[in-house]
Each structure stands twice: as C-alpha cells, then as structure tokens.
Design a protein around this ligand. Structure first.
Ligand code: PAF
Length: 287
C-alpha cells in the first residue's frame, strides 16, 4: 500500500493506478481513521466492485463544533495502516489540515435544507464541513465509486444531494450498518464509553428494534412509532436523547407515516459521548 500526504502526490498516484489497471475503476472510502469493522466492510465492498481501492484518513476540523471532540478524536494511524494493508488497499491519502485547507481558503460547500436536519440541527455547520471536505477529496482523487456507511444516514442524504447538485461523475454506494454481537452500532466513538456506558448505549438499538417490531405488526403512524421508541429510551434515564425521528431518507423531513418507506433515526448522549443509530423501513407492500 502506498501512503501519500500531499494533493500533488495523490493525483499522480491515482493516475498511476488508472494506467496500471488499464483505466479500470477506482473505489474510494473516505474515513477519519480509528478504523473498525464498519470501515473495513466499506473497504471490502470497494475491493469487490472496483479495480483499485483508495482510502483517506483525515480528521476534518471543519466538521467539529467548538465544543466537540476534535482534539480527543481517536488517532490510531499505525494500526489503521496495518488493517488497510491487510485488506489489500492500493493507496492511502493522509493529508495534513494545511494541505486540505491552505492558508486563506474560504470556499465551502453548503447543501442547503437537508444539512439543517437531524444531526445538522444539533450540530450547526457539521454538514458544511463534511460536504466541503468530501467535495475536495472527490476532486483530488476522482473516484468512480465512493463508499459510505448507512450508520451516518443523514451524511449520506447530504452527500447524495451534493453529488447530484454539483454533477460529480461518480456513484455513491451505501453499505449496511455493522453491529457488535449485542446490537451496538460500530463507531469510532464507542471507545470513549466506560463499560457501564457501553451497556446503557444498547438502548439505542433496542429502541429501533421496537420500531421494527411494531412496523412488522402493521403500525404505520410515525407518532406511535416514535412514542414507542422513546418509551424504550426512557428505560435508561442516564441516556439523554437528542432526537428520535421518523423521516424521509432523502430529504430528512419528518413523515406522518411509514407506508412509503422511511428512516427511523436516533441520537443520544451517553456519558459525554454522542451516539447515533438508525434503521431503514422499507415501503409497505400493498396487495
Ligand atoms: O464519515 C466520516 O468518517 C466523515 O464524516 C467523512 C465522510 C470521512 C468526512 O470527513
């Protein structure tokens, strides 16, 4: 695996990969490092669908609010490299903040509307930072396919719209949420949790299972599903719910019922760690 840190090197390395694969396809997995099985499932999908795989590791300062965890975000570069190497990744782009945001840079990408919903409502400016850095990475690496995790469902909605609105010539693919055996959605932030907090955090997936259970019993009204999820979440009073909503997966606007399909999404703070989880509700089949 080749590791590059500058934009010029990254562009040249991608050109070389394309030439080496007779202009074959490039799959890209953007990450902030602290890799876990969820990230590796994206790498695997890219490996399966593309001729060459490029991964980026960049803890993007512009997507963190002033009181968020940018400084303490886990940085495990050596371990990450070993994992990526073992999965046959061809190229790792690991730029510095100065490389991505040169002095005086003042151009940002703002996907209006959708960026202000779900996490965007609680984390103002978060999706502006995400869209900006992902647009920069797409420009530099020019992938044919880019792979994202369903766990960040709101991020997926924002980036899908950005790709459409800005005519990026690539396909955005979404891989299912990877869970621990007990249901906890995998996240780089899970390592902040104490054993007791980790136990409490299970209430997020339990609340979503309750929604799935009710939908399978033909409960379709969003308020009833949200109330049921909130009742489960209330079972862990130490867990502070940020949002628990049923929304359109594309626009992230709240829906009245789930008959046409929906996204049930929850965010909550456990100790000092903000966690998110979601489940996709398929459209109901009518006879
Ligand atoms: O999902 C993430 O890890 C980040 O938001 C991303 C897409 C790498 C942008 O910094």
């Amino acid at each position: 695996m080749r590791i590059v840190t500058t934009i010029a090197e990254a562009r040249a390395a991608v050109r070389a990969l394309r030439d080496g694969n007779q202009a074959g396809s490039i799959g890209f997995v953007p990450t902030m490092g602290a890799l876990h099985a969820g990230h590796m499932s994206l790498v695997c999908a890219a490996r399966g669908q593309c001729d060459a795989v490029v991964v980026s590791i960049f803890v993007n300062p512009t997507q963190f609010g002033p009181n968020e965890d940018f400084a303490k975000y886990p940085r495990t570069f050596e371990q990450d490299c070993a994992l990526l190497e073992s999965e046959g990744v061809d190229l790792l782009f690991a730029p510095s903040a100065d490389e991505m945001y040169p002095l005086g840079a003042s151009t940002f990408v703002d996907v209006e509307g959708v960026s202000d919903r779900l996490d965007g409502l609680s984390r103002p400016g978060h999706f502006r930072g995400v869209s900006t850095v992902v647009a920069k990475l797409f420009h530099v690496l020019a992938p044919d396919k880019a792979f994202f995790g369903q766990k960040d469902a709101a991020q997926v909605a924002v980036l899908r719209k950005m790709v459409r609105d800005l005519h990026f010539s690539l396909e955005l693919l979404v891989c299912p949420i990877k869970r621990e055996a007990d249901g906890l959605a995998m996240s780089s932030r899970n390592r902040y949790l104490s054993p007791e907090e980790r136990r409490r955090a299970l209430v997020l997936s339990k609340a979503l299972w309750r929604v799935e259970e009710l939908v399978s019993e033909n409960v379709v009204a969003a308020p009833a599903l949200i109330d049921a999820a909130l009742a489960v979440l209330a079972g862990e009073p130490e867990v502070r719910v940020d949002y628990c909503k049923i929304v359109d997966p594309e626009t992230l606007e709240e829906v009245a019922d789930v008959r046409k399909g929906a996204l049930a999404a929850v965010a909550a703070v456990v100790g000092t760690t903000r966690l998110i989880d979601n489940t996709v509700i398929a459209p109901l089949v009518t006879a």
